[in-house]
Design a protein around this ligand. Sequence first.
Ligand code: ADP
Ligand code: MG
Length: 238
Amino acid sequence: MASVKVTGLNKRFGDTHVLKGVSVEVPDGAFAVLVGPSGCGKSTLLRLLAGLEEADEGHIFLGDRDVTRLEPRERDIAMVFQSYALYPHLTVRENLAFGLKLRKTPAAEIDKRLGEASEMLGLGPLLDRYPKALSGGQRQRVAMGRAIVRRAQLFLFDEPLSNLDAALRAQVRVDIRKLHDRLGATSVYVTHDQVEAMTLADVLFVLNKGVVEQAGPPLEIYAHPRTKFVAGFLGSPA
Ligand code: ADP
Ligand code: MG
């Protein structure tokens, strides 16, 4: 089970109150999008889900497990960052295998998972290259491959398309959604882009200044915005 439940999450950095009692529920297998303007707390929320930051108050459940105080490696989560975060001194193959080796996965199992991920993402011809010899889109696919070989139940995406040009962005957006459907995973995807949010989401969360202003199916929110902010941000008809 990879449903996500976040209750009453608060996070402060010094005097800055970044998340103000955020609650979010994502059903198992859903593609959830957190959308909101720059600085509203999207990345912070994702980092809390991943265990890269600690909550001041509130709880995070994955399935029925309370993971609020667990280390990232104990959470069964894969995160795809904006900046890809590939190891520059390792080949694509080594980048894909790195996390599995750390976890002492047997070599035959590593080969099998790398084969599957390469096939899904078309990485075969790239396996012996170094990250610097890849395009932005190719790096993004490797970053996704790394998440896939982990067999994570929950995928977290932080603005994964923001470093790509417009044509590629549309393509990778479709690829990400296909991958999600094929893996049967649960995804939480962060973006400030309304079009991306509307086209990808099964369930949408509109964030503003550390508060979830509205949650639900994207078309319903678009048609029936509950606040002025939501209406303006999504460009809902008046
Ligand atoms: P978003 O991803 O929606 O653009 P962030 O979650 O990155 O927003 O940031 C929300 C707010 O929290 C911003 O005001 C940012 O400056 C602040 N913030 C984020 N991380 C830190 C940090 N490690 N230390 C201090 N302030 C931070
Ligand atoms: Mg961010």
